[in-house]
Design a protein around this ligand. Structure first.
Ligand code: ZN
Length: 143
C-alpha cells in the first residue's frame, strides 16, 4: 500500500486510505492531529494505483502474519461500510443488519475504527436488539 502523506506532513493511516478507496469516499486529514484537508477519492485511487510490491523472499510466517492483518483489515472495512450505510446504530443492531451471529466481532472492529478516527461514538440509547443502553456509532464525514 502506498504511503499517503498530506501536505501538512501527516501520514494517513493505511487502513483509512484503503477504506476510503474501497468505499469510494474522500479521505480527510482528520483533526486534531491532522490539518483537516480533504484528499478527493479520485486522487487516492491514482496514488494507490501503483504496481504491487514484488515478493522477493516468500516467507511463510510473514505471509501468514500478513494474511491475519489482511483479515482484520478486511473486517474493519466491512464494519466501516456498515456504519456508513447505517449511521446511528448500536453494535448489536449493526451485527443484526450484517447477519453476524456474534455481535462482539463487529463490536471489536467498531472500537478499532473509532481509535483510527474513522467513526465516532454518539449519545448512547436503548438498543433495539438488547433493550439495553448501548453506544451508537456514526461515520466521521469526509468534508
Ligand atoms: Zn494534513
Amino acid at each position: 500500500m502506498t504511503e499517503i502523506r498530506c501536505l501538512c506532513g501527516r501520514i494517513a493511516p493505511p487502513i483509512a486510505v484503503q477504506a476510503a478507496v474501497e468505499i469510494e469516499t474522500n479521505l480527510r486529514c482528520s483533526p486534531p492531529s491532522g490539518c483537516g484537508m480533504v484528499i478527493p477519492h479520485a486522487t487516492l485511487v491514482s496514488l494507490c494505483a501503483k504496481p504491487l510490491s514484488r515478493k522477493c523472499h516468500p516467507d511463510t510466517s510473514a505471509e501468514a502474519a500478513k494474511s491475519m492483518v489482511g483479515k482484520v483489515r478486511e473486517s474493519q472495512i466491512r464494519a466501516l461500510r456498515f456504519v456508513k450505510e447505517n449511521p446511528g446504530k448500536t453494535a448489536n443492531e449493526l451485527a443484526s443488519i450484517a447477519g453476524d451471529r456474534d455481535p462482539r466481532t463487529i463490536g471489536r472492529r467498531l472500537g478499532e475504527l473509532a481509535k483510527m478516527g474513522l467513526i465516532t461514538r454518539e449519545t448512547p440509547r436503548v438498543c433495539s436488539m438488547t433493550r439495553r443502553v448501548a453506544t451508537v456509532w456514526s461515520p466521521i464525514t469526509g468534508v
